[in-house]
Design a protein around this ligand. Structure first.
Ligand code: CP
Length: 319
């Protein structure tokens, strides 16, 4: 995977996903040590280019890079020369001229990471672009499910909420299906894309039917910042119909887990109780996010170009 961009799970095959998950297991072990640092990416420079707000993704990419001993630069869009009308692509070109080894990009507009990848030679990692994809979120969700259930193949996952505007839903649909899971989606009709079933999922407007017998219930955030007000006339009504609580969860398997990518609108998509306690695994998802981002940074930027020696995961030595 060296030198490749990670723009979406649509571009990954099953072997790529398995390699990332296996590498992330090793990264989790590093995260449990007293000294959570290995010299693997010493001398590498990684830039976080976040044009949209983030808590989990931005912090975990920064922690991931630092645990691998890379130099991590957090680009501050608000105080940059973007304010002097410099374009995003010129910004990226200028930053790359400082010899970057990887660029992590989040933008509110779908396709911006791809546009940047087209002009840079350093690997570009999509940290969420509009309603398109959020591949590292899906990878951390896969890791969480695999650790909880011991497998992904043969499981049934129900993704509930605003499927239309969700990059998390799209990335998870591609990723879970590639790993052999059945994926169902459910939400109000106006939040279900017309052609969603062409992605190989089953679509429901009934929450009860969608979560009947599933192994995993994944609630999505209601994205107030992307909704004009026409999609959701009443948050209270949404919560009553599609919000997940212990009563509704009875239709899923007895050992079903409840996931949410965060940030959670407490009491809207998820009851307070499920946000804080098992079978909710929300903070495990966040923990696994660091390991996945370490794995992705290592696999994509561990060699400067194809043919260079691979770096040992522990020592950073070439092998
Ligand atoms: N799940 C997620 O992408 O969270 P942030 O927006 O806080 O990064």
């Amino acid at each position: 995977m060296i030198g490749r961009d990670l723009l979406g799970t649509e571009d990954l095959d099953r072997a790529d996903i398995e390699r990332i998950l296996e590498t992330a297991e090793h990264m989790r072990e590093i995260g449990r040590r007293t000294i959570k640092k290995v010299p693997t990416l010493r001398g590498r420079t990684i830039v976080n280019l976040f044009f949209e707000s983030s808590t989990r993704t931005k912090s975990s990419f920064e922690i991931a890079g630092k645990r691998l001993s890379a130099d991590v630069i957090n680009f501050a869009a608000a105080s940059s020369s973007l304010k002097k009308a410099e374009s995003i692509l010129d910004t990226a070109r200028n930053l790359e001229a400082m010899d970057l080894d990887a660029v992590v990009v989040r933008h509110a507009v779908a396709g911006v990471p791809k546009q940047i990848a087209d002009v840079l030679s350093a690997p570009v990692i999509n940290a969420g672009d509009g309603a398109h994809e959020h591949p590292t979120q899906a990878l951390l969700d896969l890791l969480t499910v695999r650790r909880e259930k011991g497998r992904i193949d043969g499981l049934t996952i129900a993704i509930i909420g605003d499927i239309l505007h969700s990059r998390v839903a799209r990335s998870n649909i591609y990723a879970f299906r590639k790993m052999g899971a059945e994926v169902r989606v459910a939400g109000p009709p106006q939040m279900l894309p017309a052609a969603i079933e062409t992605l190989g999922v089953k679509a429901f407007t009934s929450l009860r039917e969608a979560i009947d017998g599933v192994d995993v219930v994944m609630a999505l955030r209601i994205q107030n910042e992307r909704l004009s007000g026409t999609y959701l006339p009443s948050v209270r009504e949404y919560s009553a119909t599609y919000g997940i609580d212990r009563e509704k969860l009875k239709f899923a398997k007895d050992d079903a887990i409840v996931m949410h990518p965060g940030p959670v609108n407490r009491g809207v998509e998820l009851s307070h109780d499920l946000t804080d306690h098992r079978p909710g695994v929300i903070l495990d998802q966040v923990r696994n996010g660091v390991a996945i981002r370490m794995a992705v940074l290592y696999l994509l930027s561990g060699r400067r170009q194809e043919g260079d020696p691979r770096l040992d995961l522990e020592s950073g030595e070439e092998k």
